[in-house]
Structures are given as structure tokens and as C-alpha cells.
Design a binder for this molecule. Structure first.
Ligand code: COA
Length: 150
């Protein structure tokens, strides 16, 4: 099992990236501006994340996703830990991450990895997404912003 950087945006696993963010426009924007990494086991891609430098010393982890059949087996935590290590070793001081108010499991994972809530972008998903999103029986409206000092 290893995490490797994707050098050519065309190699990025688009369908897996779309699991984390249903907006094709946003996904293409992230992979062109950020650095895409995949988690591979015997050449099979099981997970993906994108690191996007936003401001000096600050990097955001966007589009983290694990193939559905491999979820809840620790791969998401392993990738986020690796993302933190990559950012630290490249001199970043803060990692940011954002998720929907309805993404209960994601909020649990991020806080278990040391991220703390810094703010709420109210109605973010209403403003930026055409389709309504529901998860866990909750209407996804607000973006919860979290960050971690590295
Ligand atoms: N309450 C408490 N803890 C919860 C929880 C809940 N409702 N749901 C999940 N968790 C915890 C688990 O217990 C686990 O923590 P632990 O290791 O301390 O037990 C952790 O969250 C999940 O870890 P892991 O198994 O590594 O997650 P994963 O491999 O399934 O990856 C995602 C997590 C989010 C990347 C994956 O589920 C996914 O791809 N989801 C779809 C895409 C997505 O939503 N991406 C994020 C966009 S913001």
C-alpha cells in the first residue's frame, strides 16, 4: 500500500474525486490548481486526495475519497495522516479542510485527526450547487471549515 503523487491531471481518478464533490467544475479546478495523490494497493487505486495551496504557509486538503467498498477500514485516516505529513515536510504551517453540515462521519474523522472548527460558511452548498444534497437525513446547506496547526 502506498501513496503516490499524480503528475498529469489526466491521470486523476475523476469518478472517485466526484464521490467527494459532485461538482465536475470544482473537481477539475482543484486538480488543475492543486496536487493530486492516490492511495494504491497492487496498482489498484483505492483512495484519492488533493492538496491545494491557498495562502502563504496554508494548504487545504480537498476531495478526499475512498472507494466505497474499502470505506470504514482506516484508509481515510491513513490518507489524511499522510496528507498532514506531506504538508509538514513541505513547510506548510496550517492545513484546512471543509465539509458539509450533514457529513457526520467526515466531521468525526477530521476531529479525530486533530482538526478544529474555525467557522461556518452559511448556505455555501445552496449558493454553489444546483442539486440539493441530503446526507444522514440532514439537508446539506452550510460548509463547516476546520483547520489544524502543523
Ligand atoms: N461517529 C463517530 N465516529 C465516526 C462516525 C460517526 N458517526 N463516522 C465515522 N467515524 C469515524 C470512525 O470511527 C473512524 O475513526 P476511528 O479510526 O477512530 O475509529 C473514522 O471516522 C473513519 O475513518 P476511516 O475508516 O479511515 O474512513 P474512510 O476510509 O471511510 O474514509 C472518507 C473517510 C470520508 C474519505 C470516506 O468515507 C469517503 O470517501 N466518503 C465519501 C467521500 C467524501 O465524503 N469525502 C469527504 C468530502 S468533505
Amino acid at each position: 500500500m502506498h501513496v503516490r503523487k499524480i503528475n498529469n491531471p489526466e491521470e486523476a481518478p475523476i469518478s472517485l474525486l466526484l464521490v467527494a464533490d459532485p461538482s465536475k467544475k470544482a473537481v477539475h479546478d482543484y486538480i488543475n490548481r492543486g496536487i493530486c495523490f492516490v492511495l494504491e494497493v497492487e496498482k489498484e487505486i483505492r483512495g484519492v486526495f488533493v492538496l491545494l495551496p491557498t495562502r502563504p504557509y496554508i494548504i487545504e486538503c480537498v476531495n478526499i475519497a475512498v472507494e466505497e467498498r474499502y470505506q470504514n477500514k482506516g484508509l481515510g485516516k491513513l490518507m489524511l495522516t499522510e496528507a498532514i505529513n506531506i504538508a509538514k515536510s513541505n513547510g506548510y504551517q496550517t492545513m484546512e479542510i471543509g465539509t458539509g453540515n450533514s457529513s457526520i462521519g467526515q466531521l468525526a474523522l477530521y476531529q479525530k485527526c486533530g482538526f478544529r472548527i474555525t467557522g461556518v460558511d452559511r448556505d455555501f452548498f445552496i449558493r454553489h450547487y444546483d442539486e440539493e444534497i441530503y446526507e444522514n437525513g440532514i439537508h446539506c446547506r452550510d460548509m463547516i471549515r476546520l483547520s489544524k496547526d502543523l
